[in-house]
Design a protein around this ligand. Sequence first.
Ligand SMILES: O=c1ccn([C@@H]2O[C@H](COP(=O)(O)O)[C@@H](O)[C@H]2O)c(=O)[nH]1
Length: 317
Amino acid sequence: MDRLIEAIDNTQNPSVVGLDPTEALVPPQVVASFADEVRDSVESPEEVESAQLAVAYFEYNRTIIDAIADIVPAVKPQIAMYEALGPAGVDIYTMTCEYAAQQGLYVLGDIKRGDIGSTAAAYAHHLNGVGDFDPWHEDAVTVNPYLGTDGITPFVEAAAEADKDIFVLVRTSNPSSSELQMLDLADGTKVYEHVADLVEGWGAETIGSHGYSRVGAVVGATHPEEGKALRERMPHTFFLVPGYGAQGGTAADVAGMFDKQGSGAIVNSSRGIIGAWKKSGKYSESMTADEALDLVASSARQAALDMRDNLRVAVYR
Ligand SMILES: O=c1ccn([C@@H]2O[C@H](COP(=O)(O)O)[C@@H](O)[C@H]2O)c(=O)[nH]1
């Protein structure tokens, strides 16, 4: 986690921009501008729509990365948005990760994998690549702990080998998360608290120079009280905090998830940043694709600055 913590220190900004493109979030003239290029390059007419969206997603992502790379430490591409387009989307996912890394950003791949040990070892190649080849360009990935220790160990080993990190789902931000995570265990703890204890243990051998291990935890901004208690319970575990902005979480909600030095967490916003152009009041259907991308860039930058400033007030107090 040392590289992430140092990137946060350098920008004085504990926030990560989620790169979760959807058709509704990309201005339509940007998608339309790739029609001719794509029609000439695909093998069958059925592929046109996914190929066109994929190239539009990359242009959109590149515009956003260029607009925020000097003020945020990290990005979090959500692989589901890319996989939804098939192979063309997966290519764009890796190209997005590579481009973000080239701009100096820490790349947190939100892939939420988890399986039996032998299969988890294959998924863990997201971190340690294939030989000397790193096809994914991620600095960290998210992992699902439902299968227990043998599903996590391959990720921890791959992270240690490649000097990378993982973030394990502990207390997720979504409305139904309590159905499982808040269940009581026989010893009086909740399921998510037990997972939190496992996560501290999984990371124990990998604590870096800033006191945090390679094994982070996902803790939703929508659970401020539990997040604060988890901060105490997990002293060596860095938090990825989604749920800010579009899901209702605020800077005040996440403040308790940081340690006394103002470290220990990074807060994600995806739609709140990349979709800010839609709420700017400046968009017009008559804009050219370049004008629409300029608006995407300026709106994303302003939203990222606002988030940074709100977090600074709440966290670096
Ligand atoms: O508990 C969780 C775990 C992951 N996520 C992911 O974070 C982003 C949130 O997007 P917003 O647009 O800022 O709501 C998205 O990729 C989720 O899959 C989460 O929200 N909660």
